[in-house]
Design a protein around this ligand. Structure first.
Ligand SMILES: C[S@@+](CC[C@H](N)C(=O)[O-])C[C@H]1O[C@@H](n2cnc3c(N)ncnc32)[C@H](O)[C@@H]1O
Ligand code: SF4
Length: 402
């Protein structure tokens, strides 16, 4: 099966057959989706979950994960929030240089400071023993870390024992063509793939180093491997805010959710980031001119607020750290690739677990350090809700793990 970019003809130019232009905003006829699903996903052969009926693609997709039982025991912060989700940055390195995430010439950590895969496994397993039910591997780009499949396979023992519900990954997708099959075999079921645009030039501009074709190949491999995929799209004013329809139809035509994300003022990125901030309320209002968005119950693990798009049957999530806080239900902490526990993405400050880890043979000291750190989790992020580039934090997104 071959997954071409649906917006491109064979000559590499954008195919405009299905896209009518209304002002500067592309306008897409929702009725054309079912017809285009054939072309995009070869759904007529029935080899894709969307199977030719884009109107109910996501009713077959995985249900939104429910909040875990609030009565359970486990890690609890000082405000009574249950921490059952650990995101792990396995490397601060990346094969892209996305303008909102990283500078063009970043200084990466020396390898000696980065945790070994064995150390990551040890800390993650200690979190599992303390009650964490979900792990997400991220970065930097997790797929550039050598041995990443082995790490997933090793952590999957906690899935088999029933102590862990899920291991997931966030990736830019460029190397999924190589790894999707082995990741699925190792125990991964769901992944988030970051994709901001289907336009080659815009993709190159935003990612600086990336190739859209590699990501499309990666998505195809993920599909073949049976992975459930959510696309993550950082919406930037004047870059991709006018082409969300295409991305949504691309996602929903293949049974994928689409999550839209506001830019956050984290780390040193390109100087244009402040001007590119786009409150997602505006994006939603624009989508509502052409699509029927039905709010879904507010019962997700994460910060995304989902709607179902009646015309496609698919889901769109809105992640709005700046325009709407989501701290009251926060259930997560982050482990950086050099062993620091970051309690809030939107606050500087972390607890260094590496010395404890390297000084102790048993896990008791690590457990105590984790529990003490979690008790100090801040009440809310420090971003200025009036604007995306105020209240910024200096730790990097690629090192901390988005
Ligand atoms: C830091 S990346 C790491 C994983 C992988 N390299 C990727 O891009 O998916 C994780 C997520 O953070 C998002 N991200 C990066 N910088 C951001 C920023 N300043 N504001 C909002 N989201 C950001 C990316 O788009 C991606 O979806
Ligand atoms: S968003 Fe992901 S892919 Fe882009 S530079 Fe950051 S870590 Fe790399």
């Amino acid at each position: 099966m071959h997954w071409d970019n649906p917006l491109r003809g064979g000559d590499g130019h954008i195919a405009v057959g299905r896209v009518a232009t209304l002002g500067t905003s592309p306008r897409i006829d929702a009725r054309s989706i079912a017809g285009t699903a054939d072309t995009w996903g070869r759904t007529a052969s029935g080899d894709h979950p969307a199977a030719g009926q884009a109107s109910n693609v996501s009713s077959d997709a995985a249900p939104l994960p429910l909040l875990a039982d609030p009565d359970r025991s486990g890690l609890v912060d000082g405000l009574g929030r249950h921490i059952d989700y650990l995101r792990i940055s396995v490397t601060d390195r990346c094969n892209f240089r996305c303008t909102y995430c990283i500078g063009e010439h970043p200084a990466f950590l020396p390898k000696s400071e980065v945790l070994t895969l064995g150390e990551i496994d040890r800390i993650a397993s200690t979190f599992v023993a303390l009650g964490v039910r979900r792990l997400r591997l991220t970065g930097g780009e997790p797929l550039v870390r050598r041995g990443i499949v082995g790490l997933v396979a090793s952590l999957a023992r906690h899935l088999k024992s029933g102590d862990l519900d899920e291991i997931t990954m966030t990736t830019n997708g460029a190397l999924l063509g190589h790894f999707a099959g082995s990741l699925a075999e190792a125990g991964l079921r769901r992944i988030n793939v970051s994709l901001d645009t289907l336009d080659h030039d815009t993709f190159a501009r935003v990612s600086r180093f990336g190739s859209l074709d590699d990501v499309l190949t990666g998505l195809q491999a993920a599909h073949r491997a049976g992975l459930t995929v959510r696309l993550n799209c950082v919406v930037q004013a004047g870059i991709n805010d006018r082409s969300i329809d295409e991305l949504m139809m691309f996602a929903h035509g293949r049974g994928m959710d689409l999550a839209l994300i506001e830019t956050m003022p984290i780390g040193r990125a390109s100087g244009e980031r402040p001007d590119r901030y786009m409150p997602l309320g505006l994006v939603r209002a624009d989508l509502e001119k052409r699509w029927t968005l039905v709010d879904l119950p507010d019962r997700t693990f994460g910060p995304a607020r989902y709607v179902r798009v009646r015309e496609t049957g698919g889901r769109v999530g809105f992640i709005t750290p700046i325009s709407h806080g989501f701290c009251e239900g926060c259930n997560r902490v982050r482990l950086t690739c050099d062993g620091r526990l970051t309690l809030c993405l939107g606050r500087d400050g972390s607890v260094d677990l590496k010395p404890v880890l390297r000084a102790s043979a048993g896990d008791e000291a690590i457990r105590a350090a984790i529990a003490a750190a979690v008790a100090q989790k801040p009440q809310r992020h420090g971003f200025d809700l009036s604007h995306a580039d105020r209240g910024g934090v200096s730790h990097s997104m690629h090192g901390t793990g988005g």
